[in-house]
Design a protein around this ligand. Structure first.
Ligand SMILES: [Zn+2]
Length: 57
C-alpha cells in the first residue's frame, strides 16, 4: 500500500460502527504507518477494548 506523505498526521472520519470515531494516520518510520482509532468516550466498543486491556486508564 502506497500512502501519500501528505497524509502523515491526517485525521480520517470513521473506523467504528458504534460511535463517531476518528482515525489518526501517522508514519512512525519510513514506510511504517500506524492508524489509531479514537473512539468517543461513551462508545461501547471502546469500553470493551479498555476492559480487555485490564481496565487501567
Ligand atoms: Zn467506537
Amino acid at each position: 500500500m502506497i500512502i501519500p506523505p501528505e497524509l502523515n498526521g491526517a485525521t480520517i472520519p470513521g473506523g467504528c460502527d458504534d460511535c463517531t470515531a476518528e482515525q489518526g494516520l501517522a508514519e512512525v518510520q519510513p514506510g511504517i504507518w500506524t492508524l489509531n482509532v479514537r473512539h468517543d468516550a461513551t462508545c461501547p466498543t471502546w469500553r470493551r477494548i479498555q476492559q480487555a486491556r485490564g481496565g487501567s486508564s
